[in-house]
Design a protein around this ligand. Structure first.
Ligand code: PLP
Length: 361
């Protein structure tokens, strides 16, 4: 069976070693005589799996002691509501930087619960850059300040964090988690849907400073209160057991590869190969300003919709799948997460060169 190179933005490719290990353990995980899918989440076998997953995440991301790690459901999208319900309980204000669709959704959802302010936006140029931030425009008594760290759809990422002083900085790291080191202590809350760079779909990782737990509004549903999950080790109800197990396997793989610093090295090499080609090509061009380019999501266009469509179709036939850009942007996008090998990007660039030569005007 031939495996394709899968450039999907999410759910996305997983390391082949991890898939094989999961296959090996499908009928009998660790001598238990059961699949992880069949285990009681209250069993000691399963407790060992979730504990190990958390321990590995803490070790690899160097998460400080005063942060809780929560394994939740509902995707990153549920965090757009959980954040205001739990945090927007002081001044009732929060600041947002609009760098794309996800950042905007976080803003819109928070607007339903309090005063959400836009401090900057890059909408004027189709979110092709990260706006420069002016601290004097920040709300000094905001309950939190929200950014989307890596913009999956538009292919931008922050290189410098906003200085929010005592206002907790909250970041959506769905398509950034584990791709390069991050100083967790600079944030109040980090959250990520796992299906980009960590696991299959189904679990949302929340890393939250302890003092931000326990202040939810009275109307907050029990399941949307961080305290419920923090007090119960993410087992208030049935967690997404199998996805957490898969996350554990991916974290073990990351550790074997040399950890997050090694991931960053690899990701920089992969991204450089593709961006260098885009910068030298006469046909293809990247859509993001060089200084804000994402290492994970690389959008590009030919400038001709028909040629874009032809490229996507021919690439698919050649075994490079899911290269079509997000429906709101068009063109192409190559998502090159941790699990995408260097050879995959190399082969893609060779294919693009060939396509360019064959279709030159
Ligand atoms: C994919 C994505 C989301 C949405 O995640 P769901 O888990 O589908 O809710 C939110 N933010 C970012 C940055 C994403 O890439």
């Amino acid at each position: 069976m031939a495996r394709v190179y899968n450039f999907s933005a999410g759910p996305s490719c997983l390391p082949e070693e991890v898939l094989k290990r999961a296959a090996d353990e499908m009928l009998d995980c660790n001598g238990s005589g059961q699949s992880v899918m069949e285990m009681s989440h209250r069993s000691k076998e399963y407790q060992a799996i979730i504990d190990e997953c958390e321990a590995l995440l803490r070790e690899l991301m160097e998460i400080p002691e005063n942060y809780k790690v929560l394994f939740l459901q509902g995707g990153a999208s549920t965090q757009f509501a959980m954040l205001p319900l739990n945090l927007m309980n002081g001044s009732g204000k929060a600041d947002f930087v609009i760098t794309g669709q996800w950042a905007n959704k976080a803003y819109q959802e928070a607007s339903r619960y309090g005063q959400a302010n836009i401090v900057a936006s890059s909408k004027d140029k189709t979110f092709s850059y990260i706006p420069k931030l002016d601290k004097s425009t920040f709300t000094p008594d905001a309950d939190y300040f929200h950014i989307c760290f890596n913009n999956t759809i538009y292919g931008t990422k922050y290189t410098e964090l906003p200085d929010t002083g005592n206002v907790p900085l909250v970041a959506d790291i769905s398509s950034f988690i584990m791709s390069e080191p991050l100083d967790v202590s600079k944030f109040g809350v980090l959250y990520a849907g796992a299906q980009k760079n960590l696991a299959p779909a189904g679990v949302t990782i929340v890393i939250i400073r302890e003092d931000l737990i326990g202040n939810a509004r009275d109307i907050t549903p029990t399941m949307l209160d961080y305290k419920t999950h923090a007090d119960n080790g993410s087992m208030y109800n049935t967690p997404p057991c199998y996805t957490i197990y898969m996350a554990k396997l991916v974290l073990e793989w990351v550790k074997e590869q040399g950890g997050i610093a090694a991931m960053k090295d690899r990701n920089e090499k992969k991204a450089k190969l593709l961006y260098d080609f885009l910068d030298s090509s006469k046909m293809f061009k990247g859509t993001v300003v060089p200084e804000d380019r994402s290492l994970m999501n690389v959008p590009f266009v030919t400038g001709n919709d028909e040629l874009d469509a032809k490229f996507v179709a021919e690439a698919k036939k050649a075994g490079f799948v899911n290269l079509k850009g997000h429906r709101s942007v068009g063109g192409m996008r190559a998502s090159i997460y941790n699990a995408m090998p260097y050879e995959g990007v190399e082969a893609l660039v060779e294919f693009m060169k060939k396509f360019e030569a064959e279709n030159a005007q």
